[in-house]
Design a protein around this ligand. Sequence first.
Ligand code: UDP
Ligand code: MG
Length: 313
Amino acid sequence: MKKISIVIPVYNEEKNIPLIYAELQKVFAGCANEYILDILFVNDGSSDNTIGEIEKLGQINQNVRCIDFSRNFGKEVATTAGLNECQGDACIMLDGDLQHPVELIPDFIAKWEKGAEVVVGIRNENKSSGMFKKIGSAIFYKIINRIAEIEIIPNATDYRLLDRVVIDEFNRFTETNRMTRALVDWLGFRRAYIYFDANERIHGNASYNFWKLFKLAINSFVSLSLFPLQLAGNLGIVITLISGLAGSYILLGKYFFHTPFASTFSDSENLAILLVFLVGIILISIGLLALYIANIHKEVINRPMYIVRKKKI
Ligand code: UDP
Ligand code: MG
């Protein structure tokens, strides 16, 4: 029998724990002789009775396990801990707030059995989500797909199934500043997709507010791309070119060709152009530094150079 680990990061979800457990039991009751259900909660420093609820379940079912963080470390880290510890032949990452429809799990498993190594849940466009969030996420995906080396699919969620090969490769990442789903995308492997409508949250509040999302977005830019670093350098090149051309035009026009237009520039205007030119040079130098920092950054995050599916020798 194959073991399926369900990894659930939870932060202040005391009311949702019994509900999600009941739903999982219901779904897996249908295939109890094919798959063993293994539930791994990661309690991300909840301040309510989340841990008590999990322990209660642990007493009636020994397939319910828990990693209890000493404080709140964030969902990305909680999911990572779950992936590090889970033992299944495949694992499914699931939100603890019932927004990811549990009844689709058999579809995820079916795609996996057909050979997909990563099954990604994609949320259908949410009509109820605010204008602000919609525009924000549209801009985010535009920018990230421009500058990142891998393609990030809009509305792809953390609701995913990962094969054991993928989990083992994922566990080799050492970077601390991370976005789980982007790392999974970076790994590659055979993928399949499942589209779903996100449920409304019944209990508790979404803990991702604007600033948390903004921080996550900036973090992903920085961890997935070196573009922000190179921006200064490119800007410097443009500024230096324009002011250099303008400066040469004025200098040559005034003292060699005596064109009337070049002579109309006053000394302070000439000085301004000179200053802009120098600022451009400084920006280019920053850009050069950025290239070196980029190299260091690449070495420090220490990503594996390549990912192997299977070795056939
Ligand atoms: N979560 C977590 N740590 C946090 C914030 C959230 O483990 O610091 C969990 C939360 O309990 C839930 C999942 O991550 O199971 C998604 O969180 P939320 O519903 O707040 O985010 P959204 O649905 O807005 O993406
Ligand atoms: Mg949610």
